[in-house]
Design a binder for this molecule. Sequence first.
Ligand code: GDP
Ligand code: MG
Length: 604
Amino acid sequence: MNAQHVRNFCIIAHIDHGKSTLADRLMQQTGAVDEREMVEQLLDSMDLERERGITIKAQAVRLAYKGADGQDYQLNLIDTPGHVDFSYEVSRSLAACEGALLVVDASQGIQAQTLANVYLALENDLEIIPVINKIDLDVAEPERVAQEVQQAFGFTDDEIVFVSAKDGTGIPEILEAIVQRVPPPTGSPDSPLRALIFDSKYDPYKGAIAYVRIMDGQVPSGSRVKIMSNGSESDVLEVGVFAPAPTSIERLSVGEVGYIATGLKSVGDAPVGDTVTLANPAAAEPLKGYQPLKPMVFAGLYPADGEDYLDMRVALEKLQLNDAALSFEPENSVALGSGFRCGFLGLLHMDIVQERLEREYDLNLLATSPSVAYEVLMTDGEILQIDSPAHLPDSSRIDEIQEPWLDLSIIAPANYIGPVIELVRTRRGEYKRMEYLQQEGTHSTPRVLMEFNVPLAEVLIDFYDNLKASTQGYASMDYSLSGYRSGRLAKVDILVNNEPVDALSIITHRDNAYYQGRELVKKLRELIPRQLFEVPVQAAIGRKIIARETIRALRKDVLAKCYGGDVTRKRKLLQKQAEGKKRMKRVGSVEIPQEAFLSILKVS
Ligand code: GDP
Ligand code: MG
């Protein structure tokens, strides 16, 4: 189709504000799916996504629409992931569009990810159409939220579209707004191909399938293409569009959105953000902005049963075909045996990977507490990247440890300013600035945007839960990496029965080390079942013990029955005690349950 009649847009929203529901409604209205086919939230295709109601992978759907002017239009809807863990994918999806529907829940107003997404959309020069959704709700305050949206982003009254994605109100108005306000794509039809990969997916038969927006030129089916960052070439097996089922077509032309089945052997070969060109003629320059995905959060994953090690490696390799952001390498722990150190974009990503390994590959896993990646400056001038406390070198050889810091923004009603600032302060955060999103004096408490700097390590563990708790659920947050800073950090070792358990070590700020060490050993004393003998649990920095608890031996009378009795009876009795605690690891002579390895998650 003539690029003049193409409109590429995405939907941006804070999580749960109705992006997927709105996408469904737009597909229904344009006849992309009929009522019978309509499975709610068609775009969230993975089971896990459906269950959790989140969008992990962006998807693209082509809609045919006849405008009020009688013209046929091709609308390409790109669904973006809504979670900070996947913000790079959000930004690539936006770069594939000329316009964005900004969905704001009429009962909630602007939230932290609304703001973050608007900033991304503005950086990409998108035409933003503000949509106030869920106006059918009793508790909806469309007027108040409209005012907030106008004030925060400078929209005028008549730009806002009021919608209920649930009952369909306002959907025709949105379609007209897209055609009239979103500019058609620009780009040169005669230049060599440049296609932006905004998502990719692995298919066992067709290899890496790149979801692309054609910025220049065209890609006919059967042509030989080249990935610009790594130079890998392949013959295109198929090009096509999602309508919404994948439909093969002859060519994708400038301005259009669709997929290229590359035959390459993993999504890592055709990574998000990269540029596809033809092998000949090849474009001289890639599109700007490509950056390889970098894991931010690391944890050890171990098979609960050591015999599953090889299966686990196969499973991780398979997952990685589809998930270029997942990294892993073999790791050995004295306590847990053979496993893998895995890198993730964030905690949600970690959760998803772990759940998929357990669910889709039937593995029982033990996970260690998550850690960030530290930069360690050694006294001899060497710089080490450390993503596991167990790998931290001896403190006498360390000059300085640097840790990642975040720009953190939090939106909450003004009456929670105190508790929010206090919470961030206890996490070593620094207050930067504050801004009211709405004038005081209107009918409800105005909401406030607060900005901080805070170490990533401090928000990894239960920060979000605490934020929700201290604001009765009203706060939302968003963050991005701001850089590395040196900190007074120390490694705290945990000794169980006088043996250091490497998988329990943590790196923490010196000011918190004593408190955390104490809390950790307390927690461990509760979690580790009593043994036949007394078990000391200690926290230490270097050789210095900073906390100690003792797990008392089992009462004599329990064991008395066994004394002199036969060995099997005694063993059975002990076995019974271990029942119900499936995931245990024997460390030296002590059985340690899985919860213990995550006990740091419960200390704050
Ligand atoms: P997303 O996270 O932005 O994709 O949000 P979803 O589309 O998954 O919607 C989140 C929740 O809000 C779901 O339970 C939807 O059924 C509900 N929802 C979405 N739009 C509307 C609406 O217009 N009215 C009402 N009452 N509920 C809605
Ligand atoms: Mg969704």
